[in-house]
Design a protein around this ligand. Structure first.
Ligand SMILES: Cc1cc2nc3c(=O)[nH]c(=O)nc-3n(C[C@H](O)[C@H](O)[C@H](O)COP(=O)(O)O)c2cc1C
Length: 380
């Protein structure tokens, strides 16, 4: 779901007799939810904390930020998943959550290298949870001071990286050279493909559009998103995660009762109908697509797909091109099976699992998305 522009309702007539207090409130932006983007790298000197202050900026499904961090062993980061932050309906196998954890580990590793530390990673030291993730460690990362560790040029993009959920400019094509750079970003064994041909763009626009409709029209998968709606700056500051809606229009609709989780769940409401249009429009403006495929689908493969996705996302940031994952057709629930099969036939004809699929194009820059402070994620 598009967190930044779920609704395109007009405010005309709403701000009747708006007093100064009202005007002040609707123009407020989150106070604290974006602080981690400003504080990254500067709050802590301790190498693990410094690297982790960047890692929490990693992309992750529905911005659930499902990471828990144990620092009780010197020089080690033990990463665990917060099982209260899984997405059982849209991500029943926890595949996407695991990809997000891979993004976190790659970002931590890139940030540590920038600070003269090598990170030795052991994935799932107590075994992989094949069925569903559990409380066992996802990774043990050992930080080793080693000035010969190569710095990664992608570090320069960490604070610029976004998932860009706005419609793209239909007049601006995505050059082959951009696609080539993005597909060459993988370092962890994930295969990458991309296309900007009219035929491919039309086919993938159609499949991703249909898949989004299925997700919205399946009550339990739609509700899973709506339950994570954070509407208005106060809600976003209180819970800096999930799907955030801020800005004057959202504040107004929220204050006047025209947009709330219960209104969004009411399929007869204007908000519901216009919300569907607003999430389909960006999908229909894809100017190119890119995808990651892994040969197998173990937890380690999913972590590696996440590591490669982070690199790909940083590479597109360097190229100044917008990117938005469109995961609906990759999701493993019965209503999506047909589209899942079609996407796999198209993008992984030789077999394997399509781990990520995204649209590319150009749009105006957007602010970063909210994050919980690092200290909220440290359990020991
Ligand atoms: C595995 C995975 C799946 C995702 N799927 C979607 C998606 O289907 N639609 C979407 O708009 N964003 C998707 N995202 C992007 C997240 O919503 C985004 O990373 C998160 O909201 C944080 O925002 P940021 O990437 O701009 O920091 C996905 C990200 C990951 C890692």
């Amino acid at each position: 779901m598009n967190r930044r522009k779920f609704l395109t309702l007009t405010t005309g007539g709403l701000i009747f007799a708006a007093g100064a207090g009202f005007a002040h409130r609707i123009t407020r932006t989150p106070n604290t939810a974006l602080d981690p983007w400003v504080q990254a790298g500067s709050l802590y000197k301790e190498p693990r904390m410094k690297a982790l202050s960047y890692a929490i900026l990693a992309p992750n499904p529905h911005n659930r930020q499902p990471w828990l961090i144990d620092l009780s062993s010197p020089q080690q980061v033990i990463l665990m998943v917060d099982t209260a932050k899984l997405l059982p309906h849209t991500d029943p196998l926890n595949r996407q959550i695991t990809i997000g954890l891979g993004c976190f580990l790659e970002l931590m590793t890139i940030a540590a290298a920038q600070d003269g530390h090598r990170v030795d990673l052991t994935l799932f030291p107590e075994g992989e949870a094949a069925e569903s993730l559990d409380g066992r460690p996802v990774a043990v990362a050992t930080f080793v001071e080693d000035e010969s560790t190569p710095k990664d040029p992608l570090f320069a993009q960490v604070l610029n990286r976004r998932s860009l959920k706005e419609p793209f400019d239909l007049q601006k094509n995505v050059a082959d050279s951009v696609l080539q750079a993005a597909t060459e970003a993988s370092r962890h064994g994930t295969l990458s493909g991309a296309s900007n041909t009219d035929e491919s763009v039309a086919r993938l626009r159609q499949l991703t559009h249909e898949a989004m409709i299925i997700e919205i029209q399946t009550p339990r998968t739609y509700k899973e998103s709506v339950d994570l709606f954070r509407i208005g700056y106060k809600a976003v500051d209180k819970n800096p995660d999930g799907i955030d809606f801020t800005g004057p229009l959202m504040e107004t609709l929220h204050i006047t009762g025209q947009f709330s989780p219960s209104v969004a769940l009411d399929t007869s409401s204007a908000a519901y109908k216009q919300g569907i249009d607003a999430v389909l429009k960006p999908i229909d403006t894809a100017m190119a697509h890119i995808w990651l495929v892994s040969r197998n689908n173990t937890r380690a493969d999913q972590i590696n797909a996440g590591r490669d996705w982070l690199r790909l996302n940083l590479t597109t940031a360097a190229a100044g091109v917008g990117i938005q994952p469109l995961s609906q057709a990759l999701q493993e629930y019965p209503e999506m099976q047909n589209h899942y099969n079609q996407i796999h036939t198209l993008l992984a004809p030789a077999g394997g699992t399509v781990q990520m699929l995204a649209r590319l194009g150009y749009a105006a820059a957007v602010p970063p998305s909210p994050r919980w402070p690092l200290t909220d994620k440290i359990i020991s």
